[in-house]
Write a protein that binds this ligand. Structure first.
Ligand code: GDP
Length: 451
């Protein structure tokens, strides 16, 4: 929390309006909230239960079910001082409210059926979005696009299952009703399965757009790593956040490049097999740098084209093996020398001057080609951006391919409904239908207070 112009205290539940009514008086000193209709927005003062005035506020009343949680809600717009807000919060608590748990407002909205689980998750994504595409996608999910998509697929599955059940229940015309049905079912299943597959295949991009990509900048000392970092952050600075939980000396900054957020990790500590034995502090730095490299999802390898490639360069490049890697042939303003692809097998080489910025566009293009399969802003469909959703879509897909095998094997129709309903259940878990408390707790525990 930080001090701000305004700070909002939100109270939700049956007693919300009554509790705040005891503390809030309007400009004429009257308690007016208890009888206030939904959409009521009134200027006044908030006092503690002993009657001591705390702040000049605006009070907004929302009546169930037309509120964020679906319950009666009061929002108090106070001045945004931390001490002041603590006092107002204490007053509300002593008047009978209790503190909300992480994500509890959104959890109530979900439990009260106002939103589904994908919309609840989208609340967090909208707040955390670090780039345009992630924000746009989270906004669509919040609007219920993913929920509707999943619901449609589930309805189709249910329709087939119900048809089979009905036919089986009717032994007299059973043969007749199911004649030619297999072919029809195979076609329906293929259609659903294709739709699910396209969602799964977009998920890799979606998850990257949502979470950003950990990117290690490596290279020998003096190759130009810091200069590259400055170039990227200086010209592209849109978001600058140190990553939580990581030490200052390895993590530098987050930048948006070609629509994707890169969490740039400085690995200046990596040294090759130099002759001087590194001291203890340096060893610590090297250890962190190696870890940063190990955790990186993208490696920007900076090589100095003004000097010959050495074994140290090659070794460092081998260390990054297996990661998506762009080799940056740096200092092109000094020389026309080219890097030999043989020294960096499999890498995309981009020529750049970190000093003049020449080649930056090509670098951005290389980043985007390497990390994204489609232009995120062009997608008019929802993009799956959560590992949870992806795993459940895969589960549904498995049930459908099992069904296809069952049909091909000529098994009886009884078996079809099992697979259909398995797929139906997996998709249901995405939107939070018939899910257990443990899943709900797991989802909402990721929220912060006040959401
Ligand atoms: P690091 O040790 O890999 O972080 O390298 P630095 O970014 O500190 O750069 C080392 C030296 O090379 C500095 O003097 C930079 O000014 C210089 N340098 C870096 N990139 C370029 C470049 O593209 N062109 C030129 N001419 N000099 C560069």
């Amino acid at each position: 929390m930080a001090p701000a112009g305004i700070g909002i205290i939100r109270i939700s539940g049956n007693e919300a309006v009554h509790i705040v009514d005891r503390l809030f008086t309007d400009a004429r000193g009257e308690h007016v909230l208890a009888s206030a209709p939904g959409g009521f927005f009134r200027y006044g003062h908030i006092s503690d239960p002993r009657g001591q005035r705390l702040d000049e506020v605006m009070a907004a009343v929302f009546r169930a079910p037309h509120s964020y949680t679906g319950e009666d809600v009061v929002e108090l717009q106070c001045h945004g001082g931390l001490l002041l807000l603590t006092r107002v919060l204490e007053a509300v608590l002593s008047a009978g409210a209790r503190c909300a748990g992480p994500g509890e407002f959104t959890k109530r909205a979900f439990l009260n059926g106002r939103i589904d689980l994908t919309q609840a998750e989208a609340v967090m994504d909208v707040i955390a979005a670090q780039n345009e595409a992630a924000l746009q996608n989270a906004g669509r999910q919040l609007g219920g696009v993913l929920r509707d998509r999943i619901r449609t697929l589930r309805e189709d599955l249910l329709h087939e299952s119900a048809f089979i059940e009905a036919a089986l229940d009717d032994p007299e015309s059973y043969e007749e009703e199911l004649a030619g049905y297999n072919e029809r079912l195979v076609a329906v299943v293929r259609e659903i399965s294709d739709a699910i597959e396209s969602m799964i295949s977009g998920a890799e991009d979606g998850i990257r757009l949502r979470n950003g990509v950990r990117c290690a900048i490596i290279g020998r000392p003096n190759a130009g790593k810091s200069s590259l970092l400055n170039l990227l952050t200086g010209t592209e600075r849109s978001i600058v956040t140190p990553l939580p939980g990581t030490t200052r000396d390895t993590v530098e900054e987050s930048v948006n490049i070609a629509g994707i957020t890169l969490h740039l990790i400085d690995t200046a500590g990596i040294r090759g097999n130099g002759t001087d034995a590194p001291d203890a502090v340096e060893l610590l730095g090297i250890g962190r740098a190696r870890q940063a490299l190990a955790e990186a999802e993208l490696v920007l390898f900076v090589a100095d084209t003004a000097v010959p490639v050495t074994e140290e360069d090659r070794q460092l490049y081998r260390d990054a093996a297996g990661k998506p890697c762009i080799v940056i042939a740096n200092k092109t303003d000094l020389t026309d020398a080219q890097l030999s692809p043989e020294d960096f097998p499999g890498a995309r080489i981009v020529r750049l001057s970190a000093r003049t910025g020449e080649g930056l566009e090509e670098l951005k293009e290389a980043v985007s080609t390497l990390l994204l399969h489609a232009d995120p802003l062009q997608a008019d469909e929802i993009v799956i951006a959560s590992a949870r959703h992806k795993a459940l879509l895969q589960e549904a897909q498995e049930a459908l391919s099992h069904l296809t095998e069952t049909i091909a094997a000529g098994l009886s129709e009884d078996f079809y409904t099992v697979d259909l309903m398995n797929a139906y259940a997996s998709l249901g878990t995405i939107i939070g239908e018939e899910v257990g408390d443990d899943l709900i707790d797991a989802v909402f525990s990721q929220f912060c207070m006040g959401k």
